[in-house]
Design a binder for this molecule. Structure first.
Ligand SMILES: Nc1ncnc2c1ncn2[C@@H]1O[C@H](COP(=O)(O)OP(=O)(O)OP(=O)(O)O)[C@@H](O)[C@H]1O
Ligand SMILES: [Mg+2]
Length: 576
């Protein structure tokens, strides 16, 4: 197809807005700069050529839209799009209209079809029926490269970076700048550095292996990849899920620059306040259908949006705290725990039946602290005790034996066997209980998993499906659900509601509270301050690896916590 030549109906919907003055995007791989640089055979040949250039100082716009961009013009129109998987009608007649220069938000419960929809747009899936119109012409992208060439760039929910390639190689994967068949590594590194600089992250080295980056850094690389093409539409599937509070601000700045250039953005998030802040229009999906299109993002009441997503009205509520202090004996005692460069001298305790929440920015050492308590990292100083008994440092086995369970932050790499059925993933932690004489009792495993699936509104409900086929939010429910089965006495939860929709969140909160009511101690890390304040009994605020405040949740409010969390410069670095 010839999408890149297909001039849209110029000005048709432009309402008199002037077209954006266009120049070619700086990233054009065919541009003739970089003269005389050394070419190295690719794709995985020699090291990246060293660049002597200083970090790029950028005043230029992040990207420049193609010359014929008309702000306000409809660039994308979907009509009755259907996509089925075996046994699942993921898209069941979707309508969508996106205009140049807008931020169009997609809202819907876990499993509603949002990610499937964008995979249709980005050439990963082909629709069974219905029409995709791109810039006024029917489009059928045979593969992701075709969609990219047509100007559609996608940042996926589950980041699809190649861990063992460098930052630059990932950014230009599939369209490496070449000359005479050789990848121009120097040019690629320079371009990558420039894009990273514009994204506000000049500190990420283009030659660094992606594996070595933290989650937020990977997100930035994913974004750099999207911007390494001349794009007219950038799709972001829950980009904020791995970002800290301040990083979200940076993301929004980038989005505003993009839309000011006339680039359209499709933005998916379960966080209502983000949609209010960055969105122009909202389309709501429910069970693979469009239930509302083009609602104004700022004015539409949350109640209405949620009702269209769920078919009912759900208040974003937290379960009541028990009337009288429920907490029993001290279960977890942490004293003076230290890991250089991550956190220092942390002391805390969790009693049986108590929910303790830790607030703080990503990078404040919270996840590392949790992992150290769990024995996945070895502390340089300090002790961890369960019910008075000191645990062997750096031993997950000892922690599990003492009754600890942990739901980690990065579900895909740390927690799930993607190819295995849901029930196997749920029962993983307590596997021994289902094995008899070396044979596993799959029937019983499934029955137990069914029970968990019910209480967490897992969708689809068939626990024999491979986890890989679940939507992102439903995968998260499996990670947390696993610990609802065992004889866990202390549950460590790292961002348990990441990617979970508003309805299922309420269920998850309920489940966590009822575990506490049964005497389980919970230590919870969340970047969402309202969640920590709403769910926890007691709150610790961490900043730069230290606990800076501890108080009953009722004595803190969101602003106080945010002030504590943000105080001081992040650039001061990690604790000594
Ligand atoms: N490759 C696949 N094979 C089988 N079923 C799939 C596949 N991909 C998605 N599905 C199913 O399609 C439905 C829609 O999933 P999708 O990932 O689009 O949801 P979503 O709206 O993005 O949800 P979330 O908010 O949890 O990310 C779900 O029922 C999911 O299990
Ligand atoms: Mg999704």
């Amino acid at each position: 197809m010839t999408a890149s030549n297909a001039a849209g109906p110029a000005g048709a919907d432009g309402a008199g807005e002037p077209p954006v003055p266009g120049r070619r995007v700086a990233g054009d791989a065919a541009s003739a700069d970089g003269m005389g640089e050394r070419a190295v055979p690719g794709p995985s040949g020699g090291p990246v050529t060293s660049d002597s250039e200083e970090a790029v100082v950028t005043k230029a716009p992040l990207v420049e839209a193609p010359a014929d961009t008309v702000v306000g013009e409809v660039v994308l129109r979907l009509t009755d799009v259907v996509k089925t998987f075996p046994g699942v009608r993921a898209l069941d007649g979707v309508q969508l209209e996106v205009r140049a220069g807008e931020v169009h938000c997609l809202l819907g419960q876990n499993g509603a079809g949002k990610s499937t929809l964008i995979k249709v747009l980005s050439g990963v899936h082909r629709p069974d029926s219905g029409e995709v119109q791109w810039r006024g012409e029917p489009a059928d992208f045979a593969n992701p490269q075709a969609a990219m060439r047509a100007g559609i760039a996608t940042i996926y929910q589950e980041l699809d970076l190649v861990e063992d390639l460098s930052v630059a190689e990932n950014a230009f994967l599939g369209h490496e700048p070449r000359r005479l068949g050789f990848v121009r590594r120097g040019h690629m590194a320079r371009r990558t550095r420039e894009i990273l600089g514009r994204l506000g992250h000049p500190e990420i080295p283009p030659g660094r292996m992606v594996r070595a980056l933290p989650a937020a850094g990977k997100q930035v690389v994913s974004m750099a990849r999207a911007l390494s093409h001349e794009a007219r539409l950038i799709i972001m599937d829950e980009p904020s899920a791995v970002l800290a509070h301040d990083e979200v601000g940076n993301l929004f700045r980038i989005i505003r620059e993009l839309t000011a250039q006339g680039i359209a953005v499709i933005y998916i998030s379960h966080r209502m306040e983000e949609i209010r802040e960055i969105g122009d229009r909202v389309t709501v999906l429910k069970d693979g259908r469009t239930t509302a299109a083009n609602l104004p993002a700022r004015e539409t009441p949350t109640r209405d949006l949620v009702a269209r997503m769920t078919g009912r009205t759900i208040e974003y509520v937290f379960p009541d705290r028990p009337a009288d202090d429920p907490a029993g004996a001290e279960l977890l005692q942490v004293e003076g725990l230290t890991r250089h460069g991550e956190f220092a001298d942390v002391s805390l305790s969790v009693r049986a039946g108590e929910i303790v929440g830790i607030a703080g920015l990503v990078g404040s050492g919270r996840s590392e602290l949790l992992e150290t308590i769990y024995g996945a990292r070895r502390p340089q100083a300090g002790t961890v005790r369960m019910a008075g008994r000191a645990l062997r440092p750096g031993s997950v086995g000892a922690a599990v034996k003492a009754g600890m369970g942990m739901a980690p932050e990065e579900r895909k790499s740390q927690a799930l066997l993607l190819g295995e059925p849901i029930y196997r993933n749920v029962t993983l932690a307590t596997f021994g209980r289902y094995a008899r004489l070396g044979f596993t009792d799959a029937g019983r495993e499934r029955a137990e998993a069914d029970r968990i699936g019910d209480s967490l509104e897992l969708r689809p409900r068939d626990v024999r499906r491979p986890v890989r086929t679940l939507s992102g939010g439903n995968q998260q429910k499996v990670v947390v659900g696993r610990w609802l089965l065992g004889d866990t006495r202390l549950l460590l939860l790292d961002e348990p509601t990441r990617g979970v929709d508003v309805g299922a969140r309420a269920e998850l909160y309920q489940v966590i509270r009822s575990l506490a009511a049964q005497g389980v101690g919970v230590l919870l890390v969340s970047s969402e301050v309202p969640e920590v304040l709403g769910l926890a009994d007691r709150v610790l605020v961490m900043r730069e690896g230290r606990v800076v405040r501890e108080a009953p949740a009722g004595e803190l409010d969101e602003n106080t916590v945010l002030d504590l969390v943000m105080a001081g410069s992040l650039m001061e670095g990690a604790p000594a």
